[in-house]
Design a protein around this ligand. Sequence first.
Ligand code: MRU
Length: 350
Amino acid sequence: MKEKIKNIALTSDGSAVRIIDQTRLPGELVYLELREREELYEAIRALRVRGAPAIGIFAAYAVYVLSRSYGEAEFHARLDADIDYLISCRPTAVNLARQAERMRELAHGMTGRPASEITAALRAEAAAIHEEDIAMCRAIAEHGLSLLREGDTVLTHCNAGPLATSEYGTGLGPLLLAAERGMKIGAYVDETRPLLQGARLTAWELQNAGIDATLICDNMAALAMKEGRVQAVLAGCDRMAANGDAANKIGTSGAAIIAKHYGVPVYILLPSSTVDLACPTGADIPIELRSPEEIRSLWYERPMAPEGVKCWNPAFDVTDHELITAVVTEKGVIYPPYDIHLQELFGGDT
Ligand code: MRU
């Protein structure tokens, strides 16, 4: 990896969260400093910061930044209101709620202590969440790479790289690690309609890392697999249910179904912060619905659909666990039966 991307950080005085505005990539590398509750919320909602682990880390820093302005008497009431507000922003990725709730639990455990002390502890907790994600992504990259061979080409969907997480990413981690080690592993990159995270972000990250990346439209994945152009599908995850069903960007499930047809292995890579054992199956995962304009008009010089046409725009789908060859976490690679193996690995800590 040529350059480690710092997609989320606190400003040095701690007064704001600094992010790369991912909506401006790949054309412009623009940093934003966010401190107000509405702009912090909007950054998640508009996908300026996005990707399951990244929005969890961002929410943790956001809680700290907001907590700096709370008075003693109102501290917990305002903290609760702001955390509820941030969590309501996007429903599918469990990381957002999980990390915001972790911040709440810490603060509640310090009830009665001075606000300055709680705020300092919140800052340390947010940094710890970030550090943990860096370490988990590094371990996931290592385990994921053990499944690939020199000369392989993988199919990616959406963006599960450094922008969506920390440093190595999850789905892209094995590719970035391979590049660091001088191994040649290439990628076909699904552009990922409708918000083009593959075209705008994954292709940019892979290019920056000097990895051989070929952009395709999502509907070209079947031909790529039929012609033997890809040896594995690598995808991240927004929430994995207790039975191994995996919510990820819309289209992941389709890629996995095609992969099964052509005998291509499907690897889902995720940190433990994305496993939700409280969700029994994928049917229990809430799926975010987004604006019809993302399909009808966004990216086009003029609308590409008749005015007023009905649109259905689910942002995620669930890949059934039967379609997943292996799940890669920071604790290692697990194989079916996922209900048993996820419980064994994470039953104690998620
Ligand atoms: O809507 P997005 O761009 O936040 O969706 C992101 C994804 O679906 C990623 O693949 C997922 O969060 C895994 S990121 C490591």
